[in-house]
Design a protein. Structure first.
Length: 232
């Protein structure tokens, strides 16, 4: 895995250069890319999003948002609508980062809390909540929303496909057969129950979505908006 991760990092750094050139924005997104790759791979391997990456990432994201503000507009609308004044650019950028961090973390925390109340078990760890605080600190509110939307969509598609593949491949078939002989149900029903409990790391999909939004966000958001308008 190590050389593949190094290759992926190098390719993403090239994409960053092609998108932003030798600019301050490129420095911001290089830091962001490095943090997201670390979290994505760790979550994929050990189902963990460590605090020693997410919390410094939040601070780094807020700093960069103050220096290179996200192209968001939420803070501008907030100041114009409530305070009727225009603060310095760095304040707008910092507030955009704070709004993104708060929105991303609270949205996932709310979903995790609701899932636990309805299902009686954990469906999402707090690491995902902290990761989205970090992502939001870099991206701002609107891009964070689309990151969560795209990440959960990717996770759902891959998760359903993975469950189908595991079922067809006979994953844990001996376990289902033993349980069936003990009268716990038919083998097919038990196999389906077992594979349906297979969990994929949401943080990895959120990481992929965050990188897509960071580098191709305007195109993806415009495309999504046009689709919604066409649907209406």
């Amino acid at each position: 895995m190590y050389p593949l991760v190094e290759l992926l990092t190098g390719l993403l750094f090239v994409v960053c250069y092609l998108q932003f050139g030798l600019t301050q924005a490129a420095v911001k997104w290089l830091f962001f890319t490095g943090l997201v790759i670390v979290l994505t791979i760790i979550d994929l391997r050990v189902r963990m999003l460590p605090d020693f990456v997410t919390w410094p990432g939040v601070v780094t994201g807020l700093f960069f948002s103050a220096v290179i503000p996200p192209n968001d507009g939420a803070a501008l609308s907030l100041f114009q609508g409530l305070l009727h004044r225009m603060p310095p650019t760095w304040v707008l950028g910092l507030v955009d980062g704070i709004l993104g961090a708060v929105f991303g973390s609270l949205l996932l925390w709310g979903v995790a809390t609701l899932y636990k109340r309805l299902r009686g078990r954990e469906g999402m760890g707090m690491g995902d909540v902290k990761m989205m605080a970090m992502v939001g600190a870099f991206l701002g509110l609107r891009a964070t929303f689309f990151t969560i939307l795209l990440g959960t969509l990717l996770g759902t598609i891959v998760g359903v496909a993975m469950i189908a593949v595991l079922y067809v491949a006979g994953w844990r078939r001996p376990l289902a057969a033993r349980a069936s002989r003990r009268g716990l149900g038919t083998e097919a029903e038990l196999r389906w129950f077992i594979v349906s409990q297979y969990q994929l790391p949401l943080g990895s999909f959120l990481g992929v979505a965050a990188l897509l939004i960071a580098y191709f966000g305007p195109q993806l958001i415009d495309h999504w908006t046009n689709l919604l308008r066409g649907y209406r």
